[in-house]
Design a binder for this molecule. Structure first.
Ligand SMILES: NC(=O)c1ccc[n+]([C@@H]2O[C@H](COP(=O)([O-])OP(=O)(O)OC[C@H]3O[C@@H](n4cnc5c(N)ncnc54)[C@H](O)[C@@H]3O)[C@@H](O)[C@H]2O)c1
Length: 260
């Protein structure tokens, strides 16, 4: 018996990186995984990997920024499976354009991808969850949304997810729906491809900032998402869980300077 056996779980951005790892982990624990992505082929690839491992999964194209798109997928899923128990709002994309060069189109795209898209998916997922009297919504924010780490447009969107999560949690707790946010630190995924191409040692350099002395792996986030999806977290809602090797716990490098 898996930890989320027979739960119907929709994962956005499931074709790569963290979303793919979450989908695979959920499949291992018995969920019916609805793997969605902007790219239908990568969503289906993830679903196929789950099925090949003996799990249950289907792939769907879903661009979270398009009004009505998430609602259409949720309608299809509830028609086929009767319910939607878990939503993992993971789709996202970064931009490191500095503030003085940031044009409005980029700002709007970052807000739409990393905040508005999450809202549209939450809005679509809530009705079946409320009807069933249970649901777990997990959004993937970032340590960038918790403190000043640059990437202004991306980070502002991620900060917005903190408040959105809190409000969804307090409004819909009475109906059995929980909402929580994971704030990952640096995770080794394709989102870093361009920066790694420019600086191949970037992960090694970043590792020194983390108290646990390494960057994260997609599985580190997937295990945290599994906990928040499962009944093991049944009395936890409205929280931000940093999955960041201790990065946001304090100013470790400052302490090292003081003592060294
Ligand atoms: N990797 C990190 O260091 C890190 C750190 C903190 C937070 N995050 C967050 O984790 C999430 C996953 O990132 P990742 O590192 O796995 O990146 P990734 O690039 O490997 O995967 C992102 C996935 O989202 C999909 N996507 C992008 N725009 C979409 C849209 N409009 N609709 C649907 N799907 C879309 C992409 O096609 C891709 O499959 C993002 O929200 C990201 O901001 C990542």
């Amino acid at each position: 018996m898996g930890r989320i056996e027979d739960r119907v779980a929709l994962v956005t951005g499931a074709g790569s990186g963290i979303g793919e790892a979450v989908a695979l982990r959920f499949g291992e624990e018995g969920a019916v995984v609805i793997a969605t992505d902007l790219h239908a082929d990568t969503a289906e690839r993830t679903a196929r990997r789950i099925r090949d491992a003996g799990g249950r999964a289907e792939g769907h194209a879903l661009d979270v920024t398009q009004e009505g798109a998430a609602a259409a997928v949720v309608t299809a899923v509830t028609a086929d499976h009767g319910t939607l128990d878990i939503l993992v709002n993971n789709a996202g994309a970064g931009s490191d354009t500095p503030p003085l060069e940031l044009d409005l189109a980029t700002w709007d795209r970052m807000l739409r991808t990393n905040l508005t898209g999450h809202f549209l998916c939450i809005q679509a997922a809530l009705p079946p969850m409320i009807a069933a009297g249970r649901g777990s919504i997990i959004s993937i924010g970032s340590v960038n949304g918790l403190t000043g780490l640059g990437e202004e447009s991306y980070s502002a969107a991620k900060a917005g997810l903190v408040n959105l999560t809190q409000n969804i949690a307090i409004r819909f707790g009475e109906q059995g729906v929980r909402a929580n946010l994971i704030a990952p630190g640096t995770i080794r995924t394709p989102i870093w491809a361009q920066r790694i191409a420019e600086r191949p040692d970037a992960f090694d350099r970043l590792a020194g900032w983390y108290p646990l002395r390494r960057v994260g792996e997609p599985a580190d986030v997937a295990d945290a998402a599994l906990f928040l999806a499962s009944d093991e977290s049944r009395w936890i809602t409205g929280v931000v869980l940093p999955v960041d090797g201790g990065l946001t716990a304090g100013l470790g490098r400052m302490i090292a300077d003081l003592s060294g």
